[in-house]
Design a protein around this ligand. Structure first.
Ligand code: NAP
Length: 528
């Protein structure tokens, strides 16, 4: 496989031109630019990618699930065969260690293979069959069958903070390709070299598995216009995005304003409220302080699941001192981009004017995009009076909020915005005593965590990585786990179709032996 970067888009089986509009990646550790120069796609190239995706729509959707599964496995194999070239490039473009990318690559390939398993098992299509009853009185009942079918070409925006697992062949792309949808990816400007390498790996799999040319394209762009034009393009039928609330909201509005509005799944901002109940601090204060510090600072705090609001009892002085001293001893890490660094510095400055800045590493001259980790502190009353404190500051910082009464915690919980996660540390008795807090948090977050931290998202069938707005644009969905596939599918019903014209999944003989609901009964055998 070719691993020399040429810095142009991948449009079906062709490479884009070396256009005049260019940009480069940066090494966040030094702030220096990194070779090569990348060229923005032109509008004509976008049109070609969209036309190819539109042309591929039906033939790719018609590819048998086992063929699509083999294709997904081959993408994973190709990514692995990029070896150290991929790990080193991702590390160079992010200043995150190689080990991080060994883990992220494993997760990325696991996701692709998990969706291959989902396709081979086949029941994800939620097939339902209601047989006809021709002699039903007063009217005959028709034969009605339904299942999930691919929604059509999907636009995927890469995430800055997951160059592998949420970028070119990440969770959104894997779930869209699994669902039977061609994908056009907008590469993130922070890690274009990583994107090109993974794009080459996907492209090779498309050819090797004789998938239609438009199954996959990767567009580079120095500005926002290309992504906006893609979301507005009539060939695109759904969007996946991970990033800022500002960017996600802008794209949501574009998707809704189209002549034909389309579903958009944006994963935006979350401050992941973490409640430390009195018994937890008494019993495990030191362990919790250590775990919280790791959760706030790992990956330079650049996780959508970082705990950004921590509620703790009024008398937790030694816990706070312990946590703050760990923050003060943390080496200032480089953030992913100059823009993320500027947002972090501005967010810290604003917060320092609002509440107490209780811990910060005092190193003065920091290289590249490095920043000082920090911690802030306030009271529940101040927090409730200052809605701005709910804003996400992306990076290694958190806000500790002291509160007294249970009733105060319930008021806080009711005031929270939609979140990806909410965590509660306590005993089982606490859970019973604070049952009304849990009931409120269930309305606010996609994932509730007991005695654990919100960072670290397990990829498994039951995972929910979603939550009410503004955590995501659609709180009914998940971006992680096998259920993510349903975001890129829509229900289609077939009434009175002959067996020969039905999709395999809906034929009486059940040739794929999938789980189905037949005449109201869930069953998994070929007899029904
Ligand atoms: P971002 O600025 O939202 O960018 C994400 C992607 O969307 C990039 O490809 C970007 O293009 C594009 N984009 C952004 N705004 C757009 C717009 N109005 N129209 C069209 N395209 C647009 O996010 P980021 O660069 O990853 O990080 C910036 C901030 O986002 C962080 O400081 C943090 O607050 C937040 N963030 C949150 C999460 C999360 O999961 N909660 C994850 C990452 C970042 P360019 O490549 O040209 O910039």
């Amino acid at each position: 496989m070719e691993t020399d970067l040429i810095g142009t888009s991948i449009i079906g089986f062709s490479r884009g031109g070396k256009t005049a509009e260019t940009f480069t990646a940066f090494d966040p550790a030094s702030g220096n630019t990194v070779e090569p120069v990348f060229h923005s796609a032109t509008n004509d190239e976008l049109e070609i990618a969209a036309k190819l995706a539109d042309e591929a729509r039906l033939s790719y959707a018609a590819a048998a699930p086992v063929k699509r599964a083999a294709f997904l496995r081959s993408i994973a194999d190709n990514i692995e065969s990029l070896g150290d070239t991929l790990i080193k490039r991702a590390s160079l473009e992010t200043a995150l260690p190689n080990a991080r990318f060994e883990g992220e690559r494993a997760r990325t390939c696991f996701q692709l293979r998990m969706f291959a398993d989902v396709l081979e098992e086949g029941s994800w299509v939620e097939a339902r069959i209601d047989h006809a009853i021709p002699d039903r009185q007063p009217l005959p009942k028709p034969d009605v069958r339904s299942m999930l079918r691919p929604i059509g070409p999907v636009a995927v925006f890469c995430a800055s903070n997951f160059p592998l697992a949420y970028s070119v062949a990440g969770g959104d792309t894997a779930s869209a390709l699994a669902a039977g949808c061609p994908v056009i990816v907008i590469g993130h400007t922070a890690h274009p070299g990583t994107a090109e390498l993974v794009g080459i790996a996907v492209s090779k799999a498309v050819r090797d598995h004789q998938m239609p040319e438009g199954t996959f394209s990767l567009l580079f762009s120095a500005g926002y216009e290309m992504g906006q034009a893609l979301v507005r393009h009539s060939a695109i039928k759904a969007v996946g995005f991970t990033g800022s609330r500002k960017g996600g909201r802008a794209l949501m509005d574009f998707a809704a304003a189209r002549p034909e509005p389309i579903p958009i799944y944006t994963e935006m901002s979350s401050v992941n409220p973490t409640f430390l109940l009195p018994n937890a601090i008494k019993e495990r204060g030191n362990d919790i302080a250590k775990g919280l510090h790791a959760s706030v600072t790992t990956g330079a705090g650049q996780f959508c699941t970082k705990p950004g609001l921590v509620f703790l009892p009024n008398d937790a002085d030694s816990f706070v001192a312990n946590f703050n001293s760990q923050i003060e001893q943390t080496t200032p890490p480089p953030l992913l981009t100059g823009g993320i660094r500027a947002a972090y510095v501005a967010g810290n400055l604003k917060r320092a004017g609002e509440v107490d800045n209780t811990a910060a590493n005092e190193e003065a001259q920091l290289p590249g995009f490095a920043v000082n980790p920090s911690a802030f502190e306030t009271t529940a009353i101040e927090y409730l009076n200052m809605p701005d404190l709910n804003e996400e500051i992306f990076g290694p910082t958190t806000l500790l909020i002291r509160s007294g009464e249970k009733e105060e915690l319930l008021r806080i919980a009711r005031a929270l915005e939609g979140q990806l996660t909410a965590s509660v540390h306590g005993t089982e008795e606490d859970l019973a005593e604070y049952a009304d807090l849990i009931a409120i948090l269930e309305t606010k977050a996609g994932r509730l965590i007991f005695n654990g931290f919100s960072t670290g998202v397990e990829v498994c069938p039951s995972m929910v990585h979603g939550g009410p707005y503004p955590a995501t644009s659609d709180g009914r969905s998940t971006a992680v786990g096998s259920r993510a596939i349903t975001r890129f599918a829509r229900l289609v019903c077939y009434q009175n179709f002959p067996q020969s014209a039905l999709p395999n999944e809906l034929k009486d003989e059940n040739p794929q032996n999938i789980r189905r609901m037949v005449d109201g009964q869930v069953c998994q055998n070929r007899e029904r």
